[in-house]
Structures are given as structure tokens and as C-alpha cells.
Ligand binder design. Structure first.
Ligand code: OGA
Ligand code: MN
Length: 222
């Protein structure tokens, strides 16, 4: 059993939210430092570490359904899908539900559901440049990442790099995976990578999806 969470708001800060919406419209991505309460990040990281200790993480692959394959030369993280089993998960999912409503209200993206997994990158792991969904067949619409490591060293590697949609060589931003930092971006527009990490690195990657039948294509099981 995890210790109870301290009292925390179940909605996001209005000011931070309006910056998020503006950045998503203007540039297709948003980076928010101190966006999520560090006490929640700590509880989530403890849960991820407990999952790792009981071997409840699985090596992440690429591709869905029949296309799924392990490619350690492309991505090196181990994951566990969020399933609402802890208070910390339920709290984070409540915040993402608030975000979904705010984005729909402002941008009419028709976001319908949110799926997310814990991710642990051991020392040396990386995730090469990729898109989270492909134009036209997308039902992942907005990608999110929350970082969980407190006091990430500036020379610790493991940054997420964001690249221009029309030029994957052109780096637009680099994000230190520091607890509380939250990033989101348009899933089919922003190529991104996790640079090789020099420390064990913990995060939650998530995606707001459109209803599969609305996007004209049934998404195979993950
Ligand atoms: C992903 C991803 C980025 C990160 O899981 O698809 O791009 O910084 N993660 O962990
Ligand atoms: Mn990604």
C-alpha cells in the first residue's frame, strides 16, 4: 500500500492552462515546468519503482497489433499501463480529464479518451526520433509526458528533443526530465526523441485519443 497523498487540487492552474492552449495552437507544442505538483510526482515515482521491484514492467516495443516488435536499437524503456490501481494514478488521470475538457473547449479537437503508461529508461537507454501517430490515420491526437525524477542533473542526459515537423534535423526545444515538468504536443506533427540517459529516468507518457470510429479506422489493440 502506498501512503495517502497530501491534499492537492484536482484541477489544473488556469494561467498555466491558457499558456498551454496558446502554445499548442501557435507552435504545436507546450513545455510547462512546475506544471504538476511535486508531491504527486513523488507518489507516482514511488509507485513506478515499486512496480519495477516486482517485475511488473514490460519492455516497450514499437508498432501496434501484428506490427508490434521489440527494437532495443530504437527504444529502450520498460513500461506499465496506468490502470487506476492507486490514488496517485487516479489523481493524475483526474488532472488529465480536466486538461481534456479544457482542450476540447478551446480547440474543438474532440478528444475522447486518455491512455498512459509509466516508463522507466535505465542508464544508457534512449528512444530515437519518431512521431506518435501518422497523419490521416491518427487517433492519437495530443501526446503528453510528465517527468518524475526530482533534481535531474543538467549533465544527466535523457532530455526529450523536439524537432521541426518538416525537418527532423532542426531541433526546436530540449526538455530536462525534471519532476513536475509536463510536455504536450500534436501527436502527428512533432517528431521527438529521448536522448541517451546517464541516469535511470522515470516518466509517464500519455495520449489523448479521438474515438476510433470517428477517425475512420479501427485501431488495433495495443
Ligand atoms: C514516447 C515518448 C518521451 C519522453 O513514449 O512516445 O516519446 O520524454 N516519450 O519520455
Ligand atoms: Mn513519443
Amino acid at each position: 500500500m502506498m501512503p495517502p497523498l497530501p491534499r492537492m487540487s484536482r484541477t489544473l492552474n488556469d494561467h498555466a492552462l491558457s499558456r498551454l492552449v496558446d502554445d499548442l495552437v501557435d507552435q504545436g507544442w507546450f513545455i510547462g515546468e512546475h506544471f504538476i505538483d511535486v508531491a504527486l510526482c513523488q507518489a507516482l515515482q514511488e509507485e513506478l519503482q515499486a512496480l519495477a521491484a516486482t517485475e511488473a514492467l514490460t519492455l516497450a516495443g514499437i508498432g501496434r497489433g501484428d506490427q508490434h516488435q521489440l527494437r532495443r536499437d530504437i527504444r529502450g524503456d520498460a513500461i506499465h499501463w496506468l490502470n487506476r490501481e492507486s490514488q496517485a494514478q487516479r489523481h493524475y488521470l483526474a488532472l488529465m480529464d480536466d486538461l481534456q475538457q479544457q482542450i476540447n473547449r478551446a480547440l474543438y479537437l474532440g478528444l475522447f479518451e486518455f491512455e498512459a503508461h509509466f516508463a522507466h529508461y535505465p542508464t544508457g537507454a534512449f528512444y530515437k526520433t519518431h512521431l506518435d501517430s501518422f497523419q490521416g490515420r491518427a487517433n492519437r491526437i495530443v501526446s503528453t509526458v510528465l517527468y518524475l525524477n526530482p533534481d535531474w542533473p543538467v549533465d544527466g542526459g535523457g532530455e526529450m528533443a523536439l524537432y521541426a515537423s518538416d525537418n527532423e534535423q532542426l531541433e526546436l526545444a530540449r526538455v530536462l526530465p525534471e519532476a513536475g515538468t509536463f510536455v504536450c504536443f500534436l501527436s502527428d506533427r512533432v517528431p521527438h526523441a529521448v536522448l541517451p540517459t546517464r541516469h535511470p529516468r522515470d516518466s509517464i507518457a500519455g495520449w489523448f485519443r479521438r474515438n476510433a470510429s470517428l477517425s475512420g479506422r479501427v485501431d488495433p489493440a495495443r
